[in-house]
Design a protein around this ligand. Structure first.
Ligand code: 5RP
Length: 224
């Protein structure tokens, strides 16, 4: 399977998000990654469920909603109703990861567990039956444009083993500092989906398609 490309609209022009989402759809993205930040779990503030609802009519692509908020459980229903297809919750956000994942599944959505760079991949093993996606943060969460942490490559390899052993077919998605230059190494380590903000939005809307294609082509080298 070709690695999925999920542009993060954190790097988009916030004054034209509807347009950005529509153009990403036309440019060949596989899903739209939406970073929700609360100024508490991470040192930045972005979107709420109202934004997800407002963007929903602009794209038929799956909405991959990454909740960097704490607590997270009180907001799951609102994001599901707003149009999220996958909802990621952080293992580090309290208080009950297993229960949050159960709730996402009960809402009929795909469940993702996100882990920060300093978090052991072993936490995923404890909830693996509930995970449709494992989201590995390859930068410290909060801001786009950071440099990929090479230390996360070994974590991806470990997660590949955990997911394969579980036999669930969960995606392993990498978020932060992904570029054409490192996409092949990330996929070689076991990733199946790549989130990219800066690398997709560089050059503006006319470059989206070429940027997505460059990521996909470089990532696919690992599978050749
Ligand atoms: O979750 C995020 C930051 O918390 C972003 O999705 C991530 O950083 C993507 O941006 P870039 O590709 O520019 O690193």
């Amino acid at each position: 399977m070709l690695p999925l490309i999920a542009p993060s609209i954190l790097s988009a022009d916030f004054a034209a998000l509807g347009d950005a989402v529509r153009r990403l759809d036309e440019a060949g993205a596989d899903m739209i990654h939406i970073d929700v930040m609360d100024g508490h779990f991470v040192p930045n503030l972005t979107f709420g469920p109202g934004m997800v609802r407002a963007l929903r009519p602009h794209s038929a692509l799956p909405f991959d909603v990454h909740l960097m908020i704490e607590p997270v459980a009180p907001y799951l229903e609102a994001f599901a109703e707003a149009g999220a297809d996958t909802i990621h919750v952080h293992a580090e956000a309290g208080p009950h990861l297993h229960s949050s994942l159960q709730k996402i599944k009960a809402l009929g959505k795909k469940a993702g567990v996100a882990i920060n760079p300093a978090t052991s991949p072993d936490v995923v093993g404890e909830v693996r039956e509930l995970c449709d996606v494992v989201l590995v943060m390859s930068v410290n969460p909060g801001f786009g444009g950071q440099v990929f942490l090479d230390s996360q490559l070994r974590k991806i390899e470990r997660l590949r083993a955990i997911v394969d052993e579980a036999g669930t077919g969960a995606l392993i998605e990498i978020d932060g500092g992904v570029t054409p230059d490192n996409a092949d190494r990330i996929v070689a380590a076991g990733a199946t989906a790549l989130v990219a903000g800066s690398a997709v939005f560089a050059g503006g809307p006319s470059a989206y398609a070429a940027n997505i294609q460059a990521l996909r082509a470089h990532a696919s080298r690992a599978l050749a």
